[in-house]
Design a protein around this ligand. Structure first.
Ligand SMILES: [Zn+2]
Length: 389
């Protein structure tokens, strides 16, 4: 049976409306209270405006080589979603707990906070850290402040487990990704004389066709660890133009790539930019010398590269009793931990299928399974005989 205190803490966390556009300071203050009562040592880092915070808590010795248990505090909006109950008032119905963030990822944070008093009582030989971040859902921007603070303070954890919803499977790889906006410039004119201007909407259409063609090329480079097993390019927002008989001066295409971790994202961008300017712009320059594509990366996160020798993979697999790991196609903070020199895996309660949706829920059983996993993980971590280093 799920511990009543775990459910109570998850309910409390869900009640803070930490949609990424809002402050998370109230949630952080509540976590601070619980963690300092348990005797953890706390560090905070903030966004430039000081309205959002990351929290980094340490149990045990203040040395390097710690185990980081990490999760984000922000959630995605509920706008336009049809919920059966108030998304910010958690509700247990049957074997499920409903609420925004139940799976992604306040369930995991609640399990951690409920375990804090127990962890504090252990005679820890090596540190156990909690890392709570902001703004994960809008490009993993918050955790970057936390990671650079650790680097500046020369705190060098040995590994990290990111508790994103994987139904407690060990995930050791994900693609890198970026949100990109391409502004298309044409020239206004009467649509009866297209050669005397340039329709930015027609140019944008050719640009999308270029993405489709390049996507087909990229699909020939495969890595079957991933699903789909290749780099994807998708345009899903497009706008531009004013009237059907006016050549459009401006258009805008928002697109993304999700690349295999060993692909160089800079190459994807430069191929698309070069092709657009060479093949498309060349044809429109006659009517509009200013015709151009201007591309800007709005957000990007690195991939998580699988490494069978990673201490994070070894420890998580040993504790989970699993001899294989998985890959996911969504982005997480794990790639940023890995890039800053901290081996990381993803393993957390709940299913990604419930994340970001109306009536998001987590099975209570997943919370129990997560608590049991973390108890074993920390015991193993603290056991001298553990095969790490
Ligand atoms: Zn998440």
């Amino acid at each position: 049976m799920t511990a009543a205190d775990t459910i109570a803490i998850v309910e409390k966390l869900i009640a803070f409306d930490t949609v990424s556009r809002n402050s998370n300071l109230q949630l952080i203050a509540a976590a601070r209270e619980m963690l300092s009562a348990a005797g953890a040592n706390l560090r905070f880092t903030y966004d430039p405006k000081g309205t959002k915070a990351n929290l980094f808590a340490t149990f045990g010795p203040q040395t390097g080589g710690g185990l980081v248990l990490s999760g984000h505090t922000d959630v995605v909006p509920v706008d336009g979603q049809e919920w059966t109950s108030d998304p910010f008032t958690a509700e247990v119905r049957g074997d499920r707990l409903y609420g925004r963030g139940a799976a992604d990822m306040k369930g995991f944070l609640g399990v951690l906070l409920a375990l804090a008093p127990q962890i504090a009582k252990l005679d820890l030989r090596r540190p156990v850290h909690f890392a709570f971040s902001f703004d994960e859902e809008v490009g993993c921007t918050g955790v970057r402040h936390l990671l650079s603070d650790l680097q500046n303070a020369k705190i060098r954890p040995a590994l990290a487990i990111i508790g994103e919803p994987t139904e407690m499977r060990v995930v050791s790889g994900h693609k890198s990704g970026a949100v990109i906006e391409t502004a298309v410039r044409g020239r206004e004119g009467h649509s009866s004389a297209p050669a005397l201007g340039a329709s930015a909407v027609m140019m944008a259409g050719e640009f999308v066709a270029l993405l489709t063609k390049y996507q087909e090329e990229l699909a020939s480079i495969r890595d079957d660890f991933f699903d789909p097993p290749y780099t994807t390019l998708q345009a899903n927002v497009i706008s531009g133009g004013t009237a059907v008989n006016v050549l459009a001066r401006d258009a805008r295409v928002t697109w993304e790539y999700r690349a295999l971790p060993d692909r160089d994202p800079a190459e994807i961008l430069s191929v698309v930019e070069q092709e657009a300017n060479a093949a498309i712009v060349a044809r429109y320059r006659g009517g509009a010398p200013e015709a151009a594509f201007n591309t800007q990366v709005l957000a990007a996160y690195p991939g998580l590269a699988h490494n069978a020798e990673s201490p994070a993979v070894k420890l998580a697999c040993a504790v989970a009793g699993s001899n294989r790991t998985y890959a996911v196609s969504y982005g997480t903070e794990a790639g940023l931990f890995q890039r800053s020199g901290i081996p990381a895996v993803i393993c957390g309660p709940g299913s990604i299928l419930q994340a970001h949706k109306a009536d998001e829920f987590i099975l209570l059983q997943q919370l129990d399974q997560c608590a049991a996993f973390l108890e074993r993980l920390i015991a193993e971590w603290n056991d001298e005989s553990v095969l790490l280093q």
